[in-house]
Design a protein around this ligand. Structure first.
Ligand code: SF4
Ligand code: SF4
Length: 106
């Protein structure tokens, strides 16, 4: 299963039903700067990205002018390390798409 050319066309790895899906370390929190309070929070003394509607709260679901879905990370330059480590086309990326592609709106 080939990955899409652009993660904007996919977004699958930003979807989860787990409240503790995206860990935010101290370094991540510092990198998020003023966005941290909006998109991250603490659960049992550990920080995580907030989850809303089955996906990370920082993910914005958009439509292109020709009405195709677009999955935009609003904190892309400041995203947590765990998101940076998940490379498009990696086995982890493939696993995400195999497991969760049906959750993503078409
Ligand atoms: S890293 Fe993989 S699963 Fe995540 S958005 Fe990009 S193509 Fe999709
Ligand atoms: S921070 Fe960005 S890349 Fe990471 S899960 Fe949230 S929307 Fe996806």
């Amino acid at each position: 299963m080939n990955p899409p050319n652009n993660c904007l066309r996919c977004g699958v790895c930003c979807f989860s039903h787990l409240e503790t899906y995206v860990r935010v370390t101290g370094d991540d929190w510092a990198r998020l700067e003023d966005a941290a309070g909006r998109v991250a929070h603490f659960i049992h003394q550990r920080a995580y990205m907030k989850m809303t509607g089955g996906h990370c709260a920082a993910l914005e679901l958009r439509r292109t002018p020709d009405n195709r879905p677009e999955f935009f990370c609003t904190v892309y330059e400041r995203r947590p390390q765990v998101c940076r480590d998940l490379e498009r086309g990696s086995p982890q990326c493939e696993g995400e798409r195999a497991a969760k592609s049906d959750r993503v709106p078409a």
